[in-house]
Design a protein around this ligand. Structure first.
Ligand SMILES: O=P(O)(O)OC[C@H]1O[C@H](OP(=O)(O)O)[C@H](O)[C@@H]1O
Ligand SMILES: Nc1ncnc2[nH]cnc12
Length: 503
């Protein structure tokens, strides 16, 4: 059928096309059917929504579609039912535990990017990868397919350094410090981050408290060629665009399947033109990788994948047995990162990890002699040069470079849990901390999160504060308190853990 485009002031997070009831009846279209919209210049796919908010002969396109493909009001298009894409068969093949061929992986990725696969099919694909995994051939094909379905960045400064954490550990604001340290040493590091996947704050969520993170490739090129660094959200770019659609499913399920994680991270690095990549693998109870053996095997996969992509990759297995620093949640983490970089002093876990990772990058980039990188990174942090570089990044990205930690708004609805007994803190449960911070509203509510008053090994007395939940609304605060009461986020040696009776 031929139809006239009507632009709707509606945002749904999905590609949806609104069709009038009469037209839908004639064309035998039903809600959620996949349809193809063709013009001379482009073909796009979307899910059918039936409503009389558009007239017969019109189709309504949402803001989500408009952002990706501009249409003009009144433009004439062809609307055709699309049927089930062939790649659904390949998703089912992986669900059955079979190895996929290169062309099958390419078809899945292309259909994800073209929006032929809907959220439900993408979730099935992600779940099949969580259960059945991918071998190295499949991972490499997936990585290349993800990179090649998007744009590539070509920065006119070499070498291009990069760092990425596989995430999973609460409070991981580390790269907000690593990037300015490395750039202050004269290296080029165009850092893209995702928003939270399994945690309560991804690096993009944290940086967004200080400055905008959504830029086009041309803007990133300009910023990085001028100051040597950026801290931006990778999802806003058309770099490996399938990545952000699979991340959406991962986030909903709070999973990060190993093969997809490798492809997702490395496809973005490849598209950014990164030549020397450091991968941080936080390891410990309650994070994505729980044992050193698993971490070593993942490290090998990253290095092998890097070789296939022509990148030099090193990995750092880092301590992930408890949160990094004392804060969890976008604004609280941005505040802690800013305080640390301004003063050169901060929680040991944050400073040690940031200077350790930055030190490796300084050695990889050839600006520090072997074994001297961490010392050099510490000097850059303590001298204020890293802070100066962060200010440049904030200014170039359109934030206020003179922002002070006390200017950052934190959720003012608070509740503090106190120690029920005296003793030593023997465990902080990563998963519980993330669950509570998310229940409080993080990462969407930037001011929501947790302030830890203690870390593992510290002595506490009965009545001492253990952690404070911050939320932006009473409802969210109550939900977080309920979660905290159900779980045991902080264990103190000597505590009665549970009382069970009348079973
Ligand atoms: O912890 P979760 O949410 O699973 O993982 C996602 C986080 O891990 C990575 O961190 P970075 O950008 O390398 O600092 C991602 O970019 C993202 O910020
Ligand atoms: N799957 C993933 N895990 C961690 N960080 C990511 N950044 C992009 N994709 C990611």
């Amino acid at each position: 059928m031929r139809a006239k485009v009507k632009i709707l002031d509606v945002e749904t997070g999905r590609f949806m096309v609104v069709i009038n009831e009469e037209d839908a009846k004639k064309a035998k279209l039903h809600p959620e059917d996949l349809i193809k919209i063709e013009t001379a210049k482009r073909t796009i796919y979307g899910d059918v929504v039936i409503s009389n908010m558009v007239q017969p002969g019109e189709i309504g396109v949402t803001k989500d579609i408009m952002r990706a493909y501009s249409f003009s009001e009144g433009e004439m298009v062809n609307v055709v039912p699309a049927g089930t894409p062939e790649s659904v068969r390949y998703v089912k093949k992986k669900m059955n535990g079979q190895k996929l061929k290169k062309v099958e992986i390419e078809a899945i990725v292309k259909d994800i990017v073209d929006r032929k696969l809907r959220d439900i099919e993408i979730s099935s694909f992600v779940t099949s990868l969580e259960i059945n995994g991918l071998d190295m051939d499949e991972i490499a094909w997936l990585t290349m397919a993800m990179a090649e379905t998007g744009d590539m960045l070509d920065i006119d400064r070499k070498p291009i350094m990069d760092v990425h954490s596989i995430g999973g550990v609460p409070g991981n604001k580390t790269n907000v410090l690593v990037v300015p340290i490395v750039a202050a040493a004269g290296l080029t590091i165009p850092k893209t981050s995702s928003r939270a996947i399994t945690s309560a704050a991804g690096t993009a969520d944290v940086v967004e408290v200080l400055a905008p993170v959504t830029f086009s490739l041309d803007e990133i090129k300009r910023i990085v060629e001028k100051i040597g660094a950026c801290l931006v959200w990778g999802g806003a770019l058309n770099l490996a665009p399938a990545d952000d659609l699979t991340i959406k499913a991962e986030r909903a399920l709070s999973i990060d399947p190993r093969g997809l994680m490798l492809a997702s991270i490395m496809s973005k690095k490849y598209a950014m033109g990164s030549q020397y990549v450091l991968i941080d693998i936080p390891t410990g109870e309650g994070v994505k990788v729980e044992t050193i053996e698993e971490a070593r095997s993942l490290a090998k996969d990253f290095i092998e994948l890097g070789k296939r992509l022509g990148q030099y990759v090193e990995t750092a297995i880092t301590y992930g047995g408890q949160p990094i620093g004392h804060t969890v949640g976008p604004a609280l983490e941005a505040k802690e990162a800013l305080e640390t970089i301004m003063t050169g002093k901060g929680p040991g876990s944050l400073v040690e990890k940031a200077t350790g990772l930055a030190g490796i990058l300084l050695e990889m980039g050839g600006v520090a002699p072997a074994g001297m990188g961490k010392k050099m990174a510490k000097e850059i942090l303590e001298s204020g040069k890293a802070y100066e570089k962060l200010k440049e990044i904030i200014a170039e990205q359109g934030g206020d470079p003179n922002i002070k930690p006390e200017d950052i708004p934190i959720g003012d609805k608070t509740y503090t849990f106190v120690a029920q007994t005296s003793g030593y803190v023997t465990k902080i449960d990563n998963k519980a901390i993330t669950t509570i911070a998310r229940a409080a509203g993080a990462p969407e509510d930037k001011g929501a999160g947790i302030l830890l008053h203690v870390k593992v090994g510290e002595k506490v007395r009965e009545g001492d504060p253990l952690f404070t939940i911050h939320a932006e609304s009473e409802v969210r605060l109550d939900q977080a308190i309920i979660q905290a009461r159900r779980m045991e986020p902080i264990r103190i040696e000597g505590m009665v853990l549970q009382r069970i009776g009348n079973i």
